[in-house]
Design a protein. Sequence first.
Length: 341
Amino acid sequence: MRKKTKYNVAVVGVGAVGIEMLRCLKDRKFPVAELRVLARSAREIDVDGQKYQVQAISAEAFEKIDIALFAGTEGEKGAAVQFAPEAVKRGAIVIDNGADFRMDPDVPLVVPEVNAKKIKKNKGIIANPNCSTIQMVVALAPIRKAIGLKRVIVTTLQASSGAGKAAVDQLKEELKIIASGDYQNIQADLANKVMPQQLAYNVFPQIGGFSDNDFTTEEWKLVKETHKILGDDKIKVSATTVRVPVRTGHSEAVYIETKKPIEPDALKKLLAESPGIIVIDDPKRGLYPMPKDVEGKTETYVGRIRKDPYVKNGFWFWVVADNLLKGAASNAVQIAEELIR
Ligand SMILES: NC(=O)c1ccc[n+]([C@@H]2O[C@H](COP(=O)([O-])OP(=O)(O)OC[C@H]3O[C@@H](n4cnc5c(N)ncnc54)[C@H](OP(=O)(O)O)[C@@H]3O)[C@@H](O)[C@H]2O)c1
């Protein structure tokens, strides 16, 4: 991409992630010449008191766009499949938040703290990994680099906003129904149901559909995307992904086996000194990362770092990040910043 002082930027989608994209561009002072906001339908939206005119998406809407940040829905009728190639054809570089292109060998899958160098290899499309993968690899990458990684077992506790704005609305509606005390079956009373199960007062171990070997699609994303980002498909990654009634902020209980030994204090130091990570780990004083505290933050938070007493080189830790920011919008804008650097 040609170096300029300011760039024409398109944001596609104004749902949970798209709104955060608009905030990130503004907060991080991205050098925007013209901003085009695109979604399925045209309207005016208000974000923190600032009005944005949303245009209905079309191929022509990408004329003269330098960078297109996609946060539309996935799949054949989604924004990226339909319009990312159109944007590229017109000279834009696309940074896509969805899963449609992530495993394409021609598409770099980027977490800037880990593999920013891959950005240069783009052929027009760069993919943002899945939210649960991003925060996990931010923590895994420095460990792998320092002492090697043999195995990762992760259980995620994923917030409702990870499934988009409609899922947050469903959680709010369920909580209202519960507060009213007047219900037989919350699910039956819901006006808009997008989650596969009741979320308020509940957790459920299903994110995405069920796929190979009875793992969910979300669980396979954690495996395959981690392999691609770290460039190492020998690491034995295995996941259980769980939806929890949190608004925003994914948590992960991560178990690792490293190749070389390390003392817990040295592991804490290694993580604390690694890019994009904040370690909060003083459990006796009740200090560890929690989603309510990381909402609105762009870093990845790690705590509860401890050695497995039974397994050589086995460790547990706890990783929390804002799924709409580090898990999506701020990671995408960070990629855009690297692109223009
Ligand atoms: N939520 C997260 O934590 C998270 C994290 C990482 C990645 N992602 C990915 O980011 C993307 C957006 O997620 P989200 O949570 O923001 O979803 P969302 O809240 O459901 O919002 C989706 C937005 O995309 C727009 N859209 C849908 N289909 C479109 C199309 N064909 N053309 C143009 N715009 C279209 C919608 O437009 P209208 O408003 O006009 O209907 C809406 O504004 C998804 O691919 C998701 O998998 C999400």
